[in-house]
Design a protein around this ligand. Structure first.
Ligand code: CTP
Length: 401
């Protein structure tokens, strides 16, 4: 039996010459036992008729041309809810731009904005449109948010040019769909809380104390856990990295707010504390902006300790997650400090990393970590933060299942 048997794909067909290949993709999906519902954009309808798509998919085709009746029969939310995966093929420069910038001006783009399901795009366009910095920026924004992609391929194009921009062949798109839908979900039914990014501790309404954390490692961990099927609550301080796909994000600023958001998200099977929480907050933070007064001394900030979020959540009790993972960012005596942190904060594991300036880890793209538990110390090679996240998510999954 095919791994696609009983699954359902919502296929968005945008307006490009490659739209004719969508017909073959529908045929391949149906042959594999996969249900297909088509959403055809107005421009897509210039290249392929709803009647063809309906005959092949054996299901009503939705299009903005009939959006009023579509909405009364099956709203856009319901269209995405009924699908396991959304596929955009062909994904034109225009629909990628709309997806990247949250434009919802027709049924297809509204469904894509409203969905919480995985989305796979098969870009197809003229080579210069593909290579244009605007399209490249939109594409990398989407990839950063966890949108999956197949192609484009390089080759001769309908416009008599040669280069990247040809849509992947239907068989390649089918293989990509199979790999997404048959990926194991060992963490299905498990809830994991992840903290990420810095916290901002106010000095006055416009100034704050912060640190160099980018949120990259925490966000990648949240994404990797979601990919394994976990329900993830990501409690994030102010960051500029995009929200991972399929993750519930709670945005906070201060350590006190981060603790409250973590407590509100309980119960959880596991919690990963990757945030760089400010250890102190300003007790005498001003309600109004502090003004410079000529001839007077600089204001003295009175710092008081913040609550330790990790230690609070890891304290023994009925609400304690089964697995609590902390981080230790150190510049000296990495392993000794991390081991004492493991005990002091009652964590099950500590992910220890050396954040000395020369390592380039804080705010950088790579990480070199040691995983510390009661079983001992395991040192990993220097890896991309996403790869560290995938390995850690796999270990969490082994521990929970
Ligand atoms: N942490 C937390 N709440 C805090 C401080 C830290 O949840 N108020 C968590 C971090 O998310 C991380 C771990 O505790 O998982 C270690 O944080 P770190 O700042 O390295 O350690 P500290 O406890 O602050 O110790 P030190 O300042 O001595 O390094």
């Amino acid at each position: 039996m095919s791994s696609l048997s009983g699954k359902r794909v919502l296929l968005v067909i945008a307006g490009g010459i490659a739209a004719f290949k969508a017909a073959e993709l529908i045929r391949l999906l149906r042959r594999a036992g996969c249900g297909v519902t088509c959403v055809l954009t107005e421009n897509g309808g210039q290249f392929v008729t709803p009647l063809t798509l309906q005959a092949l998919s054996e299901t009503k085709v939705y299009s903005e041309l009939f959006s009023l009746t579509d909405e009364s029969e099956m709203g856009h939310i319901q269209l995405s809810r009924a699908a396991d995966l959304l596929v955009v093929a062909p994904a034109t420069a225009n629909i990628l731009a709309k997806m990247a910038h949250g434009i919802a001006d027709d049924l297809a783009s509204t469904v894509l904005l409203a969905t919480d399901k995985p989305v796979l795009v098969a870009p197809a366009m003229n080579v210069r449109m593909w290579l244009h910095p605007a399209t490249q920026a939109n594409f990398s924004l989407l990839r950063g948010r966890g949108i999956l992609a197949v192609g484009p391929n390089e080759g001769a194009m309908a416009c008599n040019e040669f280069g990247p921009g040809r849509m992947a062949e239907p068989a390649e798109i089918l293989a990509a769909i199979e790999s997404v839908l048959s990926a194991p979900k060992p963490l299905a039914g498990k809830h994991v809380i992840v903290t990420s990014g810095p916290t901002h501790e106010p000095i006055d309404p416009v100034r704050y104390i912060a640190n160099r954390s980018s949120g990259r490692q925490g966000h990648s961990i949240a994404a990797a856990l979601a990919e394994l099927g976990a329900r993830v609550t990501l409690v994030s301080g102010p960051v500029s990295v995009p929200d991972p796909a399929g993750v519930a994000v709670r945005r906070i600023e201060s350590a006190a707010e981060m603790l409250a958001a973590c407590q509100a998200a309980l119960p959880a099977d596991a919690a990963v504390f990757a945030a760089a929480v400010a250890d102190w907050r300003v007790a005498n933070a001003a309600g109004g902006k502090i003004k410079k007064q000529p001839g007077t001394a600089a204001p003295a900030l009175e710092l008081v300790p913040n609550p330790d979020i990790l230690a609070t959540i890891a304290a023994p009790g009925p609400a304690r997650p089964r697995l609590v993972v902390g981080f230790a960012a150190e510049t000296d005596d990495l392993l000794a400090n991390a081991q004492s942190k493991l005990k002091r904060k009652n964590a099950d594991w500590i992910v220890a990393n050396d954040v000395s300036a020369e390592t380039g880890i804080m705010g950088g793209a790579e990480n070199e970590i040691s995983l510390i538990s009661a079983a001992g110390v395991e040192t990993w090679p220097r890896l991309d933060k996403q790869e560290v996240a995938r390995r850690l998510a796999a270990r969490i999954s082994e521990a929970l299942t």
